[in-house]
Design a protein around this ligand. Structure first.
Ligand code: ADP
Length: 210
């Protein structure tokens, strides 16, 4: 069973992912994959360099992320073209990674799940939810990013109501970090149960509905 984990910037996706990983649940991280495919030798690297130009490549051959970020920040068309290169490759890599998992279920952390129209590829959607003011405050504390910049990023992300509507399960992260443990434990139990049901239904004795 595949569980997509999503939420806005600073909502707590990484924190929740780490709690699932601590329970030995395999976690596939779309951001990590996106960084890997953009490295020299990665599947997205040649097309990214062709699009962003030689100036975007540092002395070590790596794409300078801060430079790329600045370029796309002021050029929406460029950002879309970059996404058209990166998203399908990341999607492919996620598919491959999911195919290699033997565990009852896995978590796939995808910040832009709804924005990239990939929600239908997963059995369940788990949303980490936080009021927007608190997203801004926590992101500022984590990265030192100004409120205005965080707001700009949030404008390009699905809004809170859209995410909640798409969710099968919600983690409310407005409380203390310590409260997350119990919630993740509870979801883990639920997912193991659901995964067993899924595999029973798909087992050799199951009816084939064609
Ligand atoms: P995301 O991966 O969704 O961007 P993070 O998991 O990095 O979000 O969380 C954003 C920041 O908020 C991090 O610095 C994290 O340690 C902190 N954080 C997460 N959950 C809580 C919480 N319940 N209370 C206070 N801070 C939190």
């Amino acid at each position: 069973m595949t569980v997509a984990l999503t939420g806005g910037i600073g909502s707590g996706k990484s924190t929740v992912s780490a709690l699932f990983a601590a329970l030995d649940v395999p976690v596939i991280d779309a951001d990590q994959i996106a960084r890997r495919v953009a490295e020299p030798g990665g599947a997205a690297y040649p097309a990214m360099v062709a699009l962003l130009g030689a100036d975007a490549v540092g002395a070590d051959g790596c794409i300078r992320r801060d430079h790329a970020r600045k370029l796309v920040f002021r050029d929406d068309a460029l950002r879309r073209r970059l996404e058209q290169i990166v998203h399908p490759i990341v999607r492919d890599e996620i598919g491959k990674a999911m195919g290699q998992i033997d565990d009852p279920y896995c978590i796939v952390s995808i910040p832009l799940l709804l924005e990239t129209g990939s929600a239908g590829e997963f059995d369940r959607i788990l949303v980490v939810d936080l009021p927007e003011d608190e997203q801004i405050a926590r992101t500022a504390r984590r990265d030192g990013t100004g409120a205005e910049d965080v707001r700009n990023i949030m404008l390009r992300q699905a809004d809170r109501a859209t995410r909640i509507k798409a969710a099968h399960d919600i983690v409310d992260n407005s409380g203390e970090p310590g409260e997350l443990h119990a919630r993740v434990q509870q979801l883990h139990g639920k997912y193991l149960h659901l995964a067993r049901q899924l595999s029973d239904n798909a087992g050799p004795g199951a009816q084939d509905s064609g």
